[in-house]
Design a protein around this ligand. Sequence first.
Ligand code: 6GU
Length: 272
Amino acid sequence: MSFTRTQMVEAKTAIMKKTTIQPRIGLILGSGLGVLADEIEQPVHIPYDQIPHFPESTVEGHAGELIIGMLENQPVVVMAGRFHLYEGHTVSHVTFPIRVMKELGVDTILVTNAAGGVNQSFAPGDLMMIRDHINLMYQNPLMGPNDSEMGVRFPDMSSAYDSQLRELAHQVAKQQGFTLQEGVYTAVMGPSYETPAEIRMIRKLGGDAVGMSTVPEVIVARHAGIRVLGISCISNMAAGILPQPLSHAEVMATAEQVKSKFIELVKGIIRE
Ligand code: 6GU
């Protein structure tokens, strides 16, 4: 099932009743990265259950609200908590908020996530700018009839992650004195983490990081003509690289450690 334009407008209308701010930039905050929400000025919090047609967020560490306000003097809409396929949501549900952002007037989104490091030169705590992605979810949010008012039937994905924004992110990181890694994000369905054999496969395919989100949202954003910048927090190394098992606790602990670096980077990018 896919959502209709009417449903998107209903969600937008409910949101616009709560604020006069018209957001231009959308921020999607991944696991453990929700702290950025505390930086929003003049925040208006809108729990997802108060927005028509929004699914309900079910994962720990995902608050589940939209926050509209100002960040570095820019009007922003923040998704604190996103929807994942592994929760049982359809690709349409996972990407509905992107459609609503488009209705609100958003022209640029910054997508973030926690991801496992596949590239062995990465270390937990690194931030990786997404240069490109590989979709191993085997689902596409554009499947089904295409509404040509929303975008073309066969959208180009050859520069899904905006090269100007990537350049800007590198400059900001450099100013702030750290190296921003860059690489290919590979999206899998989850929720089990990968086996060591699957990680070797992903590395052979050209993946540098692996996670369970982001790609559906980016596909819909590009279909809608929204510019995209993506940043992964390498929260742990993927299976088979280090001796210890993987855990969600480690993902959250690393996110906690990098939060100030992450906040400064995002604020710097938005300021510029
Ligand atoms: Cl190792 N795999 C996946 N699929 N998602 C992750 C992860 C690994 N680490 C954080 N998120």
